[in-house]
Design a protein around this ligand. Structure first.
Ligand code: FE2
Ligand code: FE2
Length: 624
């Protein structure tokens, strides 16, 4: 230990916050008190390639002319990742007095622009097979790292311990990375906070037996050269192990700078803010609309900062980016940006989504319908639904009142649904009010042909059907549905389509105050036999703006083994009414705006319906 001595080597320093051009400034101080102190904030040498101390002594030499760059709140030497780095000494033996013998702290104020296999801010090392010597402060792929070899851990040809930060860094942002060693414990700090430690090393630093380059901005030994891309703001080394408190204090002046976001502010708000489409166990599509043509860029990852991104440079206003290769049942963070060259047109905040649950996992979902032309009710229900954090939501159609009116989509549906739809995936069925217009197909990213499709979640499979189009036996849609139901291995089968097969409505299927009713659309009634054949558990419908649950129906009669039909079209459209007398199939009904909530845990299912004030008004359980 060099205790009682103030040994310090600040190799390179930059002044921060310079108004116009950042510049170097440096001082070198000789022996002081009982120890050696050497601090430098260098200046560029006459040829522009090196950094010199105030006494003119060269501190570090660049590979070519050094370029200083300001990025956000701070500045640094720009390194290109190819042939740029700084050399303090070609042979570490020539500056042994400046290198720590035992205890030390090495700290780097840096902006890495990219992750790479190996990277270093400070490097004086040899790592070749089992030959492992020296000190490295840098990064391994996208994680900051601090490595050290000491005499106490020497296994004959040196032994390095690599500490690694658990979280990835975000390229393009400023970080303070600090490694400390007190002769017994090595610690790695990121932005003033300890992220890793090890007691594997002990005693004096074990420097390479043959001459090693002391380099800044490059992971460098006799056999490997990995230059980094980004900015080197300041690198310092003291011959004392800083305490956690000292590291935190040293970080304080940088605290604001690490929060600086490299992306410039967006130019315009979204026409439609990001919303989620068709989540599967491994994929999801993020959709949004911008006011101007621009490219599509989605950053995502399982923790912040996000480290993955998908981009399409194609310029457009309606954006769909499919993220694939995702982990099932996993929360992800995401943020979308639309840009044209360097100009950011629109950019979202960071949202989350969760990929679909697999078989055996419990799920919860909500069902709404007929939001048409009532943004106030739509917003209120979306708020109640989001509070329940369902896995997903089904919309049984009549999303808008007039499908060809774009404003109804953007202002009356997407805007009031934003908080929900940015985090919870909504699976829509097409209603008659969509008028089969292109907006339904344009906005939602669904498997072709989009007006009918299926999806799986947990132990359930959901079949979305278009009852505006031909659906009777012999039609392509019927053939698809028959095949899909027949092939389904799901424990629970739910079918959704806009028009109800059974309804106790007063006037949609005959004026019940004047005469008989068919109690549902006869053009759709033949589907019941298909559902009964394949043991569909529930059919969810809308179109009638009220709530109705039927008894289980099989063969046109109430039968415990039958199919339950739920009309849940109460999320905005003007309310309708029941016939004056009860029908034979009605189990429960209520004329009110509402939403339905289903949980499935293995063979147990629970069904609940809430009104606009979140009061529960229907509930039942079933098991199989
Ligand atoms: Fe409707
Ligand atoms: Fe409708």
């Amino acid at each position: 230990m060099v205790r009682g001595r103030t040994a310090c080597l600040a190799l390179l320093g930059l002044l921060f916050g310079m108004a116009i051009l950042p510049s170097w400034s440096a001082t070198r101080v000789g022996p002081e008190g009982g120890g050696f102190k050497f601090s430098v904030a260098g200046k560029v040498s006459a040829d522009g390639k090196g950094v010199t101390a105030a006494d003119g002594k060269l501190v570090a030499m660049g590979q070519r002319k050094l370029e200083l760059k300001k990025r956000g709140p701070s500045s640094g030497v720009m390194l290109n990742g190819r042939d740029d780095w700084l050399v303090v000494a070609k042979d570490h033996n020539t500056i042994l007095g400046d290198l720590p013998k035992r205890a030390f702290s090495v700290s780097a104020w840096v902006l890495p622009d990219a992750a790479q296999d190996w990277g270093a801010f400070f490097s004086c090392m040899q790592d070749d097979g089992n030959t492992e010597y020296g000190i490295i402060l840098g990064f391994i792929k996208d994680k900051f790292s601090f490595a050290l070899s000491t005499k106490g851990a020497d296994d004959g040809d040196g032994k390095l311990t690599y500490l690694k930060a658990p979280a990835a860094f975000a390229p393009g942002r400023w970080y303070l990375v600090t490694g400390t060693y007190d002769g017994a414990t090595m610690r790695l700090y990121v932005n003033g906070k300890q992220v890793a430690e090890s007691a594997e090393q002990s005693g004096d630093v074990n420097y390479p037996p043959s001459p090693a380059t002391v380099a800044l901005g490059c992971y460098l030994d006799a056999t490997e050269t990995y230059p980094m891309t980004g900015l080197l703001g300041e690198i310092s080394m003291t011959h004392e192990a800083m305490t956690a408190e000292q590291v935190a204090t040293a970080f304080k002046p940088h605290a604001d700078a690490v929060n600086w976001d490299p992306l410039p502010p967006p130019k315009t708000p979204f026409v439609v803010a990001p919303f989620l489409n068709y989540a599967t166990m491994n994929s999801i599509t993020i959709a949004w609309e911008t006011a101007e043509d621009a490219g599509s860029y989605v950053e995502y990852g399982t923790s912040l900062p996000m480290t993955e991104a998908k981009e399409s440079a194609e310029s457009k206003t309606l954006h769909h980016v499919e993220l694939t290769g995702l982990k099932p049942s996993q929360q992800y963070f995401y943020r979308v940006t639309s840009r044209r060259g360097e100009e950011v047109i629109s950019r979202s905040e960071v949202y989350t989504f969760r990929t679909a649950a697999g078989p055996g996992e419990a799920i919860a979902f909500t069902i709404i319908g007929d939001t048409q032309n009532n943004p106030g009710v739509t917003a209120k229900i979306a708020e109640h639904v989001y509070a329940l954090r369902p896995d997903f939501q089904i919309h049984v159609g009549d999303i808008v009142g007039k499908g060809s009116d774009k404003r109804e989509w953007t202002e009356e549906f997407f805007k009031p649904s934003h908080t929900l739809m940015s985090r919870i995936c909504v699976y829509p069925a097409i209603g008659n009010h969509e008028e089969d217009t292109h907006w339904f197909y344009d906005y939602f990213a669904l498997p072709n042909p989009e007006n009918y499709y299926a999806f799986k979640y947990g132990d359930a499979e959901v079949f979305m059907v278009d009852t505006n189009k031909p659906i009777l036996p012999g039609t392509p849609q019927y053939q698809w549905l028959e095949k899909a139901l027949g092939e389904s291995k799901a424990l629970w089968k739910f079918v959704c389509h806009h028009h109800p097969i059974y309804s106790s409505d007063n006037d949609d299927h005959g004026d019940t105050y004047r005469g008989p009713s068919t109690w549902g659309g006869m053009q759709h009634r033949p589907l019941a036999a298909l559902y009964e054949k394949h043991n569909v558990d529930f059919v969810f419908n809308g179109h009638i703006h009220l709530y109705e649950r039927t008894h289980p129906i099989r063969g046109g009669k109430v039968d415990p083994t039958g199919v339950r039909y739920i009309t849940t079209g109460g999320s905005g459209g003007g309310l309708e009414a029941f016939a004056p007398s009860r029908t034979w199939f009605m189990a429960q009904g209520r004329i009110t705006h509402h939403y339905s909530y289903v949980t499935v845990i293995g063979r147990q299912l629970s069904f609940k319906v809430f009104d606009l004030d979140n009061r529960l008004f229907d509930s039942f359980e079933m098991s199989k």
